[in-house]
Each structure stands twice: as C-alpha cells, then as structure tokens.
Design a protein around this ligand. Sequence first.
Ligand SMILES: [Zn+2]
Length: 396
Amino acid sequence: MIISADRFLADFENLGMIGWVDGMGMDRPAFTPNYTAARRFVEEGMNEAGLAVYVDDVGNVFGRMEGEDSSLPAIYAGSHLDAVPRGGKYDGPLGVMAALEAARTIREKGLPMKHSLVVVGFTAEEGGEMGGTFGSRAFAGLLEEPLSSEKLAGVGLTPEGVRSSKADPSSVACYLELHIEQGPYLERRGIQIGIPTGIVGISRYEVSLEGEANHAGTTPMKERRDAMREAAELLAEWFAWTDTKDDFVCNVGVLALHPGAVVIVPERVDFTLEIRSLKDSVMEEAAAKFRSLLEAREKVSVSMKPVVWKGAVDLDPLLQDAVEKACGEAGVSFVRMPSGASHDANPMARITRAGMIFVPSVKGISHSKDEYTSPEDCARGADILARAILEADRSL
Ligand SMILES: [Zn+2]
C-alpha cells in the first residue's frame, strides 16, 4: 500500500465516534451540531496535512493542495460527511477521509502531481428538506431556481449563499469518490473493488385502477369489477415479463385499497411503480410496456402518472480505466458494475468527469447501524483512491 493504513484507519475511527450512539447508530444529519463537529474534525486534519482549507456558504468543506502547474484545473476527491438518522459511519465519511489520506501520502512521499488536488466533504447528501445531494448540487449549480428562502433559512442558509457556492466547472478536472457499495454484489463474489460504470436513473409512477365497489357476499364473481383482482393480475403479468429482463429493476413498494373493508369488493387500487436502470431509454421502454399492460385491463378505468424522473448518469471511461490500472498496480481483484444508489458523483458528473470506487458492504447492509466494511477493505479502497488520483493526474 502506498497510504499509511494505520493512520488512515485511526482517523476514520475517530471521525466515526462523532455523533455515534451505542445501540442506535449514527446521529449526524447535516446542519446539526454533530455534523459541524465532524466537519471541524476534518478541517483540523486538512490543516495538519498542510492543505488550504475553506468552507463554502452551504457548508461544503474543501482542502486544497497545490500542484506543479496551478494553471490546470484541479482534481477533486471526496464524498459527504452527513449520515441518515440511525445510519452507519461508513456511508460518506470513508470517501472524505480516504481523499485526505491520499493527499497526505502524496505530500509526504513527494509524489509528483501536475494538477492541484482538492479534498472535499460535501454536506446534506442524504436528503431532507432540500432533497438529496444538496451540497454537491449547489457546487455543480444544479439547484433549481427559484430557491426557497424560507426552507433555506430553516437550516441557516440563504439563496445568495447557495448561488455563491456554485463552482466554475472549468476549474474542475475531474471528481473521484470512494464509497461503500451498499449492496451485496462484491461480497457475494469475493471481489475486492467495484468500478461503477454509471449511476442508475430512477423513475416513479403513481398508478390507479378504478372498478366498482360492491357487496363481497352477494355479487357474482363474474360480474365484479374488482380493482384488486385486476391489479393482482396486471402485476403478475408485469413481473413475469420483468423476470426475462436484466437491464433494469422495478419495485411496487406502496399499495392502497379503497375503500379498504373486508366486506366490500375493492373499488380502487393505488400503487407506486418504481423503475431503475443505467439507461434512460430502458426506463422509458419499461414504463411503456407497463402502460400497455395497464391499458389492456378491460374491467377498470386506469391512470398512470409520472411523479419522479432522475436520469441515469454515465461515469467517465477514462477514470474507470484509471481505477482499473490502480487495481492492477496494487494487485487487487476488481469488477465493473452499476451503482444502484445515487451519490455526489451524480451531480458532479454533470459538470466534469466523474468516477467512483466501491468497497464491499458486509451482507450488503447500509443506512443502518449495522453497516460494516472491514478495516482491510476500507484501507484497500483508500489505497486504490490514492493510486487512481495519481493515475488520473498522469492521463488528464
Ligand atoms: Zn453516501
């Protein structure tokens, strides 16, 4: 390893104690005292490492190490410092502390870098009042106007502050993010590093089937316009079709029956359909297929309303290659794979080259106090990040 694994793990563990409550997990949402304490801890580490530290007006923290050619745009590396309520200590901070360790290693060993390196800890990735990836969307200039002064004031921010946090994309050469996988893919296959090729898009629809309420005892079966039975048959058909596909996943996670009584044939069924894929066109085709099955139901009137559309994001091929070379150099196993969760790399990919590195999540558990990645895997990920930064510096 080129990094100091012991130093990195000790610092990472110390950061993981800020906001940790035994038996409950991490209590460190953005815009809280615990969050500020965690950010201060990172600022201190950056200062000690000799980085130029600054915090923007939404609370993103940056530590900059000048490269040999300061006219070049900078390589950014990091992740987020906030956590979901009762979450773990790995989701986010791992990528920030690994980027800090990479900067320390490069400085200490005098490894040459043309580009400046900026270690970044984004704020409010996990959502809340202003939606997910808030800090990185502010940085990328993707927060939609008009900004709500009221909502921002609730967390001590202003629209002017948000606007001033927007970066000049020409000052950014690329963005690299180490993150836990948050799924079981790597662990099940015994592979050490995942190289995400893209971040899946998410689309959601509100679907309704409306039939006729009637007496559940006296209405002959063939005369019923049973919305629940129609929905069940529709979903059976749909899932039989989706089982033959491997380029998207879908979920019906919420379903409600109306009026919802034991003795009444259901008049209406409402449910949400969620489709995720690495390709927008695949999400569109799947939704069209669902609509055709839905509209073929004869005994009910139907509706299907799009409510969420977040396009899929391709991660940069050059950075995927840089991570792959880093893995080859370090002699670790790797696989290219999609990312099923969203990350700060998503907004960043809209303004610059973005790449990610995944390390295994034990049992695929995340957003839980039981989230765990072994110290060996954490250190290995940080080492690959440091090598990939150097590789990107050479090839950009
Ligand atoms: Zn995360």
